[in-house]
Design a protein around this ligand. Structure first.
Ligand code: GSH
Length: 372
């Protein structure tokens, strides 16, 4: 059986776990605190991040997207829509989930200690090895993650806007899931799994944001639930269908969500590209060199403004690894299809995303992101 190294409160773990559940792939889950993680997984995974998978055959795959890609490639891509607009939108939501909602995820986790802290302590403690220093390591990891919240641009000044943008997004997404149980209709696509990352472990599970979701966005809450169940779990949709929507349809409700996301996704992506590209000019990299997690000019920072609020966030090459997948799908389309996609992205303020590129391509090789 496959072994998934993950923990319940980990953002990226939720994405891979849901994929395995929804595709009826049997697995057993182990904590990264389990002795085998350090002894057997880490030497091959190279970085101590979760999720990591050890396949039945013994191959170790680190990274949620890589785990999903492993099964997608082997099984005829069951979760990639076949039509152009849906394929593109699916990829966009994967990117949005992996990179675009880190601020609310971290804000609602770390800035409400009264509601969240004992819950978080339980989980962080149980992701540490049974070791005399376990409590000290727990505190160290919690501090590291609090610091990560700041790296993503959450601070005293920006909090109010982070909340405003999240609430707007949440209510729009709620309208969508009122209509359909999944992003593109009646079954989950790659974008559903990506989007689940922040919306499960943090925003749909930590006490403070969970209560918000249950009280203000019950349809989103139901989607989070159903994304962790093997079956369709859409009994409230009395006329439920199957598969993705016909005729490459993208529901208006989903375009509305994208429109809201664009407000900070676009300026942040533009700023991160500028920072990383500037760094690449000054620091030539060889093919195969590792692209580290944060990288860019000005100590790997991206600076941008949303509604007059200045943000400083860590510039992450990984964002562009995900964006590249979306851009490649676009390039592979016919001219007419590209025209349709352009028109769609124009209406939700995301067209420019197709043009923002790093000077160098990225790929995953031996469990690391490297420059091509
Ligand atoms: N690109 C990776 C990121 C994984 C990741 O950052 N996981 C977090 C937990 S959600 C982690 O392990 N953080 C520990 C660390 O960075 O030291 C993926 O998508 O799987």
């Amino acid at each position: 059986m496959h072994a998934l190294y993950a923990i319940p409160h980990s953002l990226y773990s939720g994405r891979a776990r849901s994929y395995l559940i929804k595709n009826s792939i049997p697995f057993r889950e182990f904590s990264c605190g389990h002795e085998s993680f350090k002894a057997e997984i880490l030497p091959e995974a190279k970085l101590a991040t979760i999720p990591a998978l050890r396949t039945t055959e013994g191959q170790v795959i680190r990274d949620g997207a890589a785990i999903i890609e492993y099964f997608e490639a082997a099984n005829g891509r069951p979760c990639r829509p076949k039509t152009p607009k849906q394929q593109l939108v699916s990829g966009l939501f994967d990117l949005i989930g992996a990179e675009g909602l880190l601020r609310p995820a971290m804000h609602y986790r770390w800035n409400f200690p009264e509601e969240n802290l004992s819950f978080l302590h339980y989980h962080f403690y149980h992701s540490q090895r049974e070791h005399p220093e376990r409590e000290a390591k727990t505190q160290y990891m919690m501090d590291k993650m609090r610091y990560a919240a700041m790296m993503f641009g959450v601070n005293d000044e920006s909090q109010a806007l982070v909340e405003t943008l999240y609430l707007k997004f949440l209510l729009a997404l709620d309208k969508h899931f009122e209509q359909y149980p999944y992003l593109l209709g009646w079954k989950p696509c790659i974008g559903d799994f990506g989007l689940l990352a922040p919306l499960f472990a943090h925003l749909g599970r930590d006490p403070k944001p969970l209560q918000m979701m249950q009280q203000q966005a019950v349809h989103v809450y139901r989607w989070v639930e159903r994304m962790n169940r093997t079956y369709q779990d859409a009994s409230e949709h009395y006329a439920a269908g199957e598969g993705y929507l016909a005729d490459d349809e993208i529901p208006e409700t989903l375009l509305a969500v994208l429109n809201i996301i664009a407000e900070d996704l676009l300026p942040e992506t533009r700023a991160a590209a500028q920072s990383i590209n500037g760094w690449l000019l000054d620091n030539p990299v060889a093919s195969g060199d590792r692209a580290s997690r944060y990288l860019g000019q000005n100590e790997a920072k991206a600076n941008f403004v949303v509604r007059g609020q200045a943000f400083e966030t860590g510039a992450q090459p990984y964002r562009f690894f995900q964006l590249q997948i979306v851009q490649d799908a676009y390039e592979a389309c016919s001219e007419t299809e590209r025209g349709d996609i352009d028109a769609m992205l124009e209406t939700c303020g995301l067209k420019e995303l197709l043009e923002i590129k790093l000077e160098r391509r990225l790929e995953q090789r031996d469990n690391l992101e490297v420059w091509v």
